[in-house]
Ligand binder design. Structure first.
Ligand code: ADP
Ligand code: MG
Length: 346
């Protein structure tokens, strides 16, 4: 049975306007780490808040453990949510901060110590229990917020961009910590982010949203290698997939699939003349920006990502190739994926 399920879940804030969330059908799997990924304003927070019971749906159903919970309060749903701006109580110790939800729910006091110790040891903050929030680093504060969320042993964890206030380095270690934490507790988790790298790294599955509509739900490999439409194709990957219009199709290929033609072993390949207009040396690789020269794709701007081993000069045209099997095909009108077919570039 799905821990969390939504059926045609919809939220329209202003009548007559486009919904913030539109008919979202979703089933989580027991113990999975599911990521909602989408740009700002795509409806991620609204969807999460409806699941948590903090926002009432305009239409559709939310089920937890197979039961419709639309009319249950957040507390009755046994869900824990950690927000982007998690506020700790500054005047309370770490211990009291973590114990706060137990107190609020009238859990008998003699049980608090055991539960707080369990949660704090899971997050490696057992030695900090007597400190006040101001005596903690950003990462430690975040762990206290997580400990406070798990202390009630929720059936589901909802995390809304919990790492976005941390600097890049701390973000990476906090991300690893969250992954380790999830492996240990095994609680079904829904994690919201606009960061595709974070989504790919953390998710068992990734649900890509745009304008409140689910564009694709799949493993990180599914959404990266087999995008359902041009939105998903370009939202994932940095630099994004190259898209070239060709008749009634849009042809896509990722920057990393370019090779110098002489280096390409595959026999089934597409050859391009590529004039380099800009070279970025990134230590382990080059990012080349340029245009295709000749044929139907003449003048199209593309990006290539190549490992070191050659040097490239601005203004020079090189013979590049992309393996034919790496080409993606989309309908030019609907922008949705269509089966591969033979095309002519000449
Ligand atoms: P995300 O979390 O993906 O950035 P949100 O769920 O916050 O997106 O917002 C989705 C859309 O709903 C946006 O267009 C936003 O402006 C709108 N929205 C969110 N909350 C409200 C609200 N309380 N009232 C009116 N519009 C809202
Ligand atoms: Mg949001």
């Amino acid at each position: 049975m799905a821990v969390v399920e939504t059926r045609k879940l919809t939220k329209v804030f202003k009548q007559g306007e486009l919904g913030a969330v539109n008919e979202v059908d979703l089933e989580t799997r027991e113990g999975e780490f599911l990521v909602f990924l989408g740009p700002s304003g795509s409806g991620k927070t609204t969807l999460l808040r409806m699941i948590a019971g903090l926002e009432s749906p305009t239409a559709g159903e939310i089920l937890i453990g197979g039961k419709v919970v639309n009319d249950l309060t957040p507390r009755e749903r046994r869900i824990a949510m950690v927000f982007q701006s998690y506020a700790l109580y500054p005047h309370l110790t770490v211990y009291k901060n973590i114990a706060f939800p137990l107190k609020a729910q009238n859990v008998p006091k003699h049980l608090h110590k055991e539960k707080v110790e369990w949660a704090s040891s899971l997050l490696g903050i057992g030695a900090l229990l007597q400190r006040k929030p101001r005596e903690l680093s950003g990462g430690e504060r975040q762990r206290v917020a997580l400990a406070r969320a798990i202390v009630r042993e929720p059936s589901v964890f909802l995390l809304d961009e919990p790492l976005s206030n941390l600097d890049a380095k701390l973000r990476l270690s906090a991300r690893e910590e969250l992954e380790r934490f999830h492996r240990r507790v095994g609680t079904t988790t829904i994690y919201v982010t606009h960061d595709q790298v974070e989504a790919m790294a953390m998710g068992d599955r990734v649900m890509v949203l745009n304008k409140g509509v689910v564009r694709q739900l799949g493993t990180p490999k599914d959404v990266y290698d087999d995008p359902a439409d041009t939105f998903v194709a370009t939202f994932l990957g940095s630099p994004p997939m190259n898209l070239i219009e060709n008749g009634d199709l849009i042809i896509g290929f990722r920057p990393e699939h370019f090779r110098l033609a002489v280096d390409m072993k595959e026999t089934d390949k597409v050859l391009f003349k590529f004039r380099v207009d800009n070279v970025e040396y990134l230590g382990a690789e080059f990012i080349l920006a340029g245009v295709l020269v000749g044929g139907k794709a003449d003048g199209k701007k593309v990006i290539a990502r190549l490992l070191l081993g050659h040097s490239f000069e601005v203004g020079v045209t090189y013979d590049f190739a992309v393996p034919a099997r790496e080409l993606k095909f989309f309908d030019r009108t609907t922008e949705k994926k269509v089966p591969a077919r033979a095309i002519s570039w000449q």
